[in-house]
Ligand binder design. Structure first.
Ligand code: EPU
Length: 334
């Protein structure tokens, strides 16, 4: 354990706070050796630090999960199951799978962060969520140090949700995640902008590599690179509301985007609501709303997490007042 370490390099917002204690583990053994110490203090496990906002110094242990390694665990004529260490960089893992011709993860290209975080909030983009290709996760129970395997039915995956964020919160540490990928992949280009990008790329029969490249191009064109501009991707979730709420908004805004969400509900685009409310591209000192994607809050440098948080609160209050919709943060606040 190190003491008083700056977390600036370890969170994609680039917020400069200190952690009272700091450690990293690279294997199951190192993790199990660390557990007795961790049980005596608040702690946070992180991979890429891509979904966290620090509003103050962290008075516990900030622990990096650096368990790496990619293994093929099963192969049939049609499919392959691949397991990746929680500390593997997500995009590199996706590129590795794509380069081997394994289909299923290509729409999730260029998402910042590590493999271990992917099941926590069932990461998703461009018509695919990890639950669609998920096989199992191996995780260590903090109270006992034993390894347990969770299958799809154990994980309660929903839109940016899983059992690890709720019933099992702070009870397990994810060590590796296994995915069932296709050896005869069918590409998913149902998300409109992918079709448009493939057309722009003059691709007619897209391979998974083409789809991955299209997603990379789209993300690069809209989403800021955390290495250049601090951010944590979408700051809010897209809200799911009763159809009556949509009807009310539609009476003023004919073209409000919405997506069916079952049981008389619809999902609204938070980015659209925030843009209509006039926040897109606005800068307030060291923080602001990204000029190309209103769902992304950015930190230009030299600011605090509290400033980002206060901006998010002002947006929530304004959207509630203007549209009667309460936005929920996707990013974890500490
Ligand atoms: N829109 C606007 N203005 C904006 C942003 C979006 O009008 O500033 C409109 C778009 O025109 C479109 C709709 O909102 O009609 C949806 O926009 P987009 O396709 O860009 O996706 P999103 O709903 O803003 C979600 C995910 C992203 C993911 C994309 C693509 C959430 C919270 N975000 O964003 O995930 O990459 O879809 O699938 O669900 C993330 O979670 O960090 C993330 C980047």
């Amino acid at each position: 354990m190190q003491e008083g370490v700056s977390l600036k390099p370890y969170n994609t917002f680039g917020i400069d706070v200190k952690a009272r204690h700091f450690a990293a583990f690279h294997s199951l053994q190192e993790l199990q050796d660390l557990l007795p110490t961790l049980r005596n203090m608040p702690f946070l496990i992180s991979g890429g630090g891509s979904n966290m906002l620090f509003t103050q110094d962290f008075e516990g242990a900030f622990v990096l999960n650096r368990m790496v390694g990619i293994q093929e665990v099963l192969r049939t004529e049609e499919e392959v199951v691949i397991s990746a260490g929680a500390g593997e960089n997500w995009h590199q893992f996706v590129q590795h799978s794509v380069s081997l011709g394994y289909g299923g993860l290509e729409n999730l290209s260029l998402i910042p962060g590590c493999v271990g975080a992917s099941p926590m909030q069932n990461i998703g983009a461009y018509g695919v969520e990890i639950k669609d290709v998920f096989e199992y996760v191996d995780a260590v129970e903090i109270s006992t140090g034993t390894l347990r395997r969770f299958h799809l039915e154990d994980c309660a995956f929903g839109y940016r949700e899983s059992v690890f964020k709720h019933q099992l919160k702070n009870q397990y540490i994810i060590c590796s995640v296994a995915f069932r990928l296709s050896l005869n992949p069918k590409v998913n280009t149902s998300y409109g902008v992918i079709e448009a990008e493939l057309e722009r790329m003059s691709v007619i029969n897209p391979s998974i590599k083409d789809v991955s490249q299209a997603v990379i191009n789209i993300r690069k064109s809209k989403l800021p690179d955390p290495a250049v501009l601090g951010n944590a991707g979408s700051f809010f979730k897209n809200p799911v509301v009763p159809e009556a709420v949509l009807d009310k908004i539609r009476s003023t805004y004919e073209k409000v985007p919405s997506y069916p969400a079952g049981e008389g509900n619809v999902k609204l685009a938070a980015g659209w609501l925030i843009e209509q409310a006039g926040w897109k591209g606005k800068r307030f000192g060291a923080v602001g709303v990204h000029e190309l994607q209103a769902l992304v809050l950015v930190h230009y440098g030299g600011g605090t997490g509290k400033e980002v948080y206060d901006l998010s609160q002002a947006i929530i209050e304004d959207i509630q007042q203007k549209f009667g919709v309460i936005l929920e943060r996707e990013v974890n606040i500490y």
